[in-house]
Design a protein around this ligand. Structure first.
Ligand code: NAI
Ligand code: MG
Length: 491
């Protein structure tokens, strides 16, 4: 492994310099595929966060803050191209750090490059408006950076989430302080190294690894931070919003979900089937937009159950670098949580289970994928986010019933509708409680361009797409009084 890590994983990046954490402490990173130690990472604390925020502020006051949008965009594009050139290296790091099968890890690296290209190209295309107003005035708006932005990132898709939040924030000229997850932060450090190499000015991106309640809490409460972007659990999201609230700072929260797919009798089942299964088991179900509820109309319920069960029997689970359909879960703790959920399904029919490879290392955090059938909509497995490879099948009779069940959780991140009826597609796209609705697909292949975020407990604010640039900036209205030519001099 050490030959794959071309940077010192025990350091923080502050003001363009790699330095040891002021705490003098480190914590181990574990390879979830076999439980072995990968590296020691910095256990950054409040002092490191404070130094990072100050370095970010200096970047805002200096070269980075003064740079034109065109110049910022060129740097981001260069970073994106370098990320793409190094996609294989990044994929190797992510596979070992997250336990993510190599093909999926590589797709994440490509998505990171694509985010930087997208936001690099967008940087100089965000502009204000002129507003017709009273006689003698010219009124216009300016889009300005917040200043210093905080980014608290989870372990499940580090590269994608860094791409969508840090990429958009930098495009608008913010200076970022990134706190990656303690469970997985190698690609965050690798990305920072690539940014420096591509000419990102010192302090525009600072990285402080550390524990959530230490470095994370210090970042979310720091009075020098003007915006916080967080992806993770509802519990931590609420803490971060509270901390930011004390400083009257806006937050973007992306908190996961219980996303449903609605499959109607007239659906094209051959087309739907791969999406029904993959959306649930991708990244071993540790995906904010995982589809953990499959709602099926009674007329095709048995057919869907049989075909999904067949697909589950073919699922294999093994070490990330062997690139099976599923890798391990991120940690022993996450495995324990997910097995607790599976135990709660003891009263339900289990339609199928996948298998863990016989030669998968004993020390890895592997869980057999589970498909439960005939699940009552109010069952905990149909209400709570499992964050593991567990899906539930729920039968329904009418469209109204399907909608009631689909909207009947605290969450609202993503939903999809499988039907050939155009009118039903349109009705449900409007009625579903979700930030994204997919018609006859799920996830649209990733969709860097597509605004993303939740309603309800799934959070608020939008990342991804052009829309994110509005969240990572604020509007200033300028009203100039100049009088009119007829009246000549201003009176
Ligand atoms: P978490 O929400 O606690 O951690 C996510 C990030 O927040 C990490 O960087 C962590 O260091 C940081 N953090 C933790 N406590 C913090 C605090 N008090 N102040 C500031 N930052 C803090 O999630 P965790 O513990 O990794 O996983 C628990 C559950 O959360 C999972 O089982 C899953 O259900 C959910 N989750 C959802 C994700 C999503 O994509 N929506 C991602 C990760 C977890
Ligand atoms: Mg946590």
């Amino acid at each position: 492994m050490s030959d794959l890590i071309w940077f010192d994983p025990g350091l923080c990046l502050i003001g363009g310099r790699w330095q040891a954490p002021l705490t003098g402490q480190h914590v181990p990173l574990v390879d979830p595929s076999d439980g072995s130690r990968l590296a020691m990472i910095a256990r950054g604390g409040g002092g490191d966060i404070d130094a990072a925020v100050q370095a970010a502020q200096r970047a805002r006051d200096g070269d980075w803050g003064r740079m034109t949008a065109l110049a910022r965009g060129r740097i981001l594009t260069r970073i994106g191209q370098e990320v793409l050139a190094r996609a294989d290296d990044l994929a190797q790091l992510e596979a070992r750090d997250v336990g993510k099968p190599l093909t999926q890890a590589r797709a994440d690296a490509v998505a990171l490059g694509r985010y930087l290209e997208f936001y690099g190209g967008a940087a100089d295309k965000v502009h204000g408006q002129t507003i017709p107003y009273q006689e003698g005035y010219t009124v216009y708006t300016l889009r300005e950076a917040h200043g210093v932005t905080g980014h608290i990132v989870p372990w499940n898709y580090p590269m994608q989430i860094i791409g969508r939040s840090v990429g958009a924030a930098l495009a608008m000229g913010n200076a970022c302080v990134l706190k990656p997850a303690e469970e997985a932060c190698l690609t965050a450090l690798a990305f920072a190294d690539i940014c420096l190499g591509a000419g990102l000015p010192d302090g525009a991106l600072n990285v402080v690894p550390g524990l959530g309640p230490e470095a994370g809490a210090a970042l979310s409460a720091h009075p020098g931070v003007q915006h916080i972007s967080f992806t993770g659990s509802v519990r931590t999201g609420a803490l971060i919003q509270q901390a930011a609230g004390a400083n009257v700072v806006p937050v973007t929260l992306e908190l996961g979900g219980k996303s449903p797919q609605l499959v109607f009798d007239d659906a094209d089942l051959d087309a739907a089937l791969p999406f029904l299964v993959n959306a649930g088991i991708q990244n071993a179900g540790q995906t904010c937009s995982a589809s953990s509820r499959i709602l099926v109309q009674r007329g095709i319920y048995e057919a869907v159950k049989t075909r999904m069960a067949d697909a589950y029997h073919a699922l294999d689970v093994g070490p990330a670098i062997q690139d099976r359909r599923l890798g391990p879960l991120i940690s022993a703790r996450q495995k324990q949580i997910v097995e607790g959920f599976i135990a709660q399904g003891a009263d339900l029919p289990c339609a199928a289970m996948g298998a863990v490879d016989a030669d998968a290392p004993d020390g890895g955090f592997y869980v057999r994928p589970h498909l439960f059938a005939d699940v009552p909509p109010d069952h905990p497995l149909a209400q709570q986010e499992v964050f593991g490879p567990v899906q539930v099948l729920i039968p329904f009779d009418t469209e109204a019933e399907a909608l009631r069940i689909a909207n009947g959780t605290d969450y609202g991140l993503v939903a999809s509708v499988w039907t050939e009826s155009g009118a039903r597609q349109m009705r449900l796209a409007r009625a579903l409680k979700a930030g994204q609705v997919f018609i006859n697909n799920y996830g649209a292949g990733g969709g860097v361009e597509l605004p993303f975020g939740g309603v309800g407990k799934s959070g608020h604010g939008r990342e991804k797409g052009f829309e994110a640039l509005f969240g990572f900036s604020q509007l200033k209205t300028v009203a100039a009084y100049h009088g009119s030519v007829e009246t000549g001099e201003m009176t």
